[in-house]
Ligand binder design. Structure first.
Ligand SMILES: [Zn+2]
Length: 145
């Protein structure tokens, strides 16, 4: 009997397919359903980001720095530093550390951006409209300090 010569498929739907259409046996579809437990790594840029944040963390534990200083030390763009710092600020709490920020201030009138939430450097002083702004400076503190 031809049926006995068919290979033994482990998945019922494949067996049905093989019975119905003989040439379906050559299709690689025996891997489709039921074997989804085989884990595939998701396409994710996470490792790279983790590496960057780790480098930022080590740099800030060593010394206080502005985003621009960090960007030159780590060879990245200044604008890419800030999002990582914001992520660090959130994740550090769980480790008993925190990101300390010395606020940006205006070099012309001395206005201090104490209330500013964003970690990015302000572009203009709200008090005198001056554009010479000393960037905020960051460091890592122990959480109970
Ligand atoms: Zn000012």
């Amino acid at each position: 009997m031809a049926a006995r010569e068919l290979p033994r498929w482990t998945h019922p739907w494949t067996t049905a397919l093989a019975r119905g259409v003989g040439h379906a046996l050559v299709l690689p579809e025996c891997h489709a359903p039921g074997i989804m437990s085989n884990p595939k790594p998701p396409p994710s840029p996470a490792p790279r980001s983790e590496t960057v944040r780790q480098a930022l963390l080590e740099e800030l534990r060593r010394t206080a720095a502005t985003a621009w200083e960090l960007s030159t030390r780590l060879g990245m763009r200044e604008r890419d530093v800030t999002p990582h710092l914001e992520h660090l600020a959130r994740s550090l709490r769980a480790r008993g550390e925190r990101l300390a920020v010395a606020p940006a201030h205006c070099l012309r009138c001395g206005y201090s951006f104490d209330e500013r939430r964003s970690l990015a450097k302000p572009s203009r002083c709200p008090a005198c409209r001056g554009e010479r702004i000393e960037a905020p400076r960051f460091r890592i503190d122990a959480g109970d300090g």
